[in-house]
Every structure is written in C-alpha cells, then in structure tokens.
Design a protein around this ligand. Structure first.
Ligand SMILES: *Cc1c(COP(=O)(O)O)cnc(C)c1O
Length: 380
C-alpha cells in the first residue's frame, strides 16, 4: 500500500472489542493478568500500551522500516540513540543541527565520557576527516536547522558502513513523507513528532525508527528502563495528526516555495535559505534524496538587528514562537531562541547570524501569508 493509505490504516485496525474505528486512548497504567505469568501482551504502560503500540507500528510503516519506538519528546528519542554508546566512544555530528542536540552532547553526554566532533555539512570530506578509531556513530540532520542545508545521506552511509559506524538521521524537518533516510542507507531515524508528524502544535513527542533487530532490542530495553515514554493521550494526538501528514506536507511545501521565491526577490532581504529554490546550492542533492522540499525556510534581512525586531513585531499571521511543523505559520529568531545554548562565536562560525530568522510556513492561504510579510516589510 502507498503512504497515504498506510498513514490511515497501519497499526490502526478497528477495536476488536467494540468496533471503534479509531484506536482508543488506553488511559490505564496497568493491565489485569489472567494468571501469574499470563497476560494479553500488556503489563504496565511504561513497558507497553496499546495506543502507543498503534503509533509505533504506523511510524515504522511510514519510514518503510521494521520497528518504531515512541518517546516523550524528540530529545528523549535522541537521548535513547546516544545511550547506545558507552564511555570513551566518539560521535561525528553535522555542525548545523538542532540546538538541543548540541546541548545534550556538550552538557550531558560529554561528562559521561562521550566526545563529539562537528563536521562541516557543506564539506563532505570533513566527515571522513573527523572519524577516529573510537567513532561509533555519525549523527546528521537533513534538512539542517536553521540553514536548511542538505546532507547527502547515501554518500555519508557509504563512509559509515565501510567502517562499521552507525548512521543516525534526524528526519524531523523533512518528515517521512518527503524523505526516508533508511532507504538511503541510514541505520536509525529520529523524529521530533512534535513537529510535522503530529502537525498541530499540541503535543511534544519523539520517535526512533529502524530495521536492525539487535539495535531495536537495545533501544526497546532502554525505553522501558529509562522510562521517557509518551502518555496514551499524546500518542493518540500524534495518531490523529499523522493521518493527514501527506496532504499537510504538500500544502506546507507549496506555500514555502511560493514565499521563498517572493522573498528571494525582495530588496530588503539579503539571502533566502530554501532547498527548493533552483538557485540553492543544495537543490540537486535535495532533488535526489527527497520527494519534496518541506515547509521550512530561513532568511537574512538586510541591516541591523533593530530591523529584524521591527519586522517580527509587525507580523500578524506569523507567530513568534519556538517549534515548527504545525498548521500555523511561525517565525523564530535562532540566535536568541533555538540556538541560544550555542556560544555566539560558534553560532557565527556556522552562519547563524544576528539577522537570521527562520520561518515554519503553515498551511494558511499563501496570498494571506505573503500580504502579512509585505506589510511587515513596510516598517523595516
Ligand atoms: C524540535 C526538534 C528536536 C527536539 O524535539 P522535542 O520534541 O522538542 O524534544 C530535535 N530535532 C529537531 C530537528 C527538532 O526540530
């Protein structure tokens, strides 16, 4: 079956007891056992819950994978993957990444004995150069946050496999509708389901998706042992959201492409970052590994920080907020929001300037969105 059908049906058969078409919210912490050692597959909701199970099955299906595991947040899913490593292991990570991933590597895992080198995602050779004898994991995000660079997953997977290093891809910005990293050679996919997958800015959640049985067993063990599981209501909201993932993603992309083209010709804009623009140096790799360019774009305004402040202050539809991937358009200021945990020199070195704003283009009417931008520009 195709993606759209799997999103609606996989893991979500009508309820055997009542015929309910929608998977119920199994709001229970524990499950009665028929006899000692005999139960219906569920014992305790940290270990397993039917609503979460439905979500885990459909998430795996959307990535064309064998196994899915749901977590309480994207960061919890990321933590689970890093927990596969042990003291003394080394990670190579792409340098343009979610600020929270950088934070956990530097502030949490470093003191536990994991070290990380950051490879320049614009320079493929830098990944190979950064690899050491003790490198166990390569971590990439693509499209990257916030500069929307595209990393060639297949090329990186060739290096990682040659050296028996795991390759994990944070697929949050593309969603499985537009990109399936496992099919490009990645070993592990991570999502913040908070974003496009749930899609309505109403929950925080995460997922790990993969094919390898042994790694799955380790992660499943970790999920129960560490306990950062999502509650049944949150799982239900993700299930509800992801049924419309395909039509939302098409709408996000249509609007983002329209606005990216408009902004790239605007005299008050220094630069637009959107992999779907033919002028983008990432366009050809994006075309190769993605089915679409998603709904995230960033832009650099001309002039001072005061202009950026004014521009944002006069927007009405684009809400100033963290996060992305919801139906409503959001704007954020990476230097003071998503990337505040990164030292300024690090930030500037990576191209995250003081004039950079990131937009999560929602699925409102694209002409209304353009009008809102136009009117804010008149104040700058
Ligand atoms: C939001 C985000 C995360 C973290 O997810 P949470 O659900 O906020 O914990 C990780 N990676 C990317 C790319 C994100 O956008």
């Amino acid at each position: 079956m195709r993606f759209e059908t799997r999103a609606i049906h996989d893991g979500q058969q009508p309820d055997a007891l009542t015929g309910a078409v929608i998977v119920p919210v199994y709001q229970t912490s524990t499950f009665q056992q028929e006899a000692i050692g005999k139960h219906k597959g569920y014992e305790y909701s940290r270990t397993g819950n039917p609503t979460r199970q439905a979500l885990e099955v459909v998430l795996a299906s959307l990535e064309e994978a064998k196994f899915g595991l749901a977590f309480a947040s994207g960061v919890a899913a990321t933590t689970a993957v890093f927990s596969l490593l042990k003291k003394g292991d080394h990670i190579v990570a792409g340098d343009d990444m979610y600020g929270g991933t950088y934070r956990i590597l530097e502030k949490v895992f470093k003191k536990w004995g994991l070290s990380t080198s950051y490879a320049d995602v614009d320079n493929f050779g830098s990944f190979e150069k950064a690899i050491r004898k003790n490198t166990k994991l390569i971590w990439i995000e693509t499209p990257t946050n916030p500069l929307l660079k595209i990393v060639d997953i297949q090329k990186i997977s060739k290096i990682s496999h040659r050296r028996n290093i795991l390759l994990a891809v944070d697929n949050t910005f593309a969603s499985p509708y537009f990109q399936k990293p496992l099919l490009c050679g990645a070993d592990i996919v991570v999502h913040s389901t908070t974003k496009y997958i749930a899609g309505h800015s109403d929950i925080v959640g995460g997922a790990v998706v993969l094919n390898d049985q042994k790694l799955y067993n380790e992660l499943k063990y970790y999920q129960n042992a560490a306990g950062a599981v999502p509650g049944p209501w949150d799982c239900w909201l993700v299930l509800r959201g992801l049924k419309t993932l395909p039509i939302r993603m098409k709408a996000h992309q249509e609007n983002a492409l329209y606005l990216a083209r408009y902004l790239s010709k605007h005299p008050k804009v220094e630069r637009v970052y959107y992999p779907g623009l033919k002028s983008s140096k990432n366009y050809s790799v994006a075309r190769k590994q993605m089915l679409g360019f998603s709904g995230m774009l960033s832009l650099e305004l001309k002039g001072s920080f005061e202009k950026v402040e004014k521009f944002i202050a006069h927007l009405k539809l684009f809400l100033l907020a963290e996060s992305l991937g919801g139906v409503e358009s959001l704007i954020s200021y990476p230097a003071k929001m998503t990337h505040v945990s990164m030292p300024r020199e690090e930030r500037l070195k990576r191209g995250i300037t003081d004039n950079l704003v990131r937009i999560s283009v929602g699925i409102e009417n694209k002409y209304d969105l353009r009008k809102d931008l136009e009117s804010a520009f008149t104040f700058v």
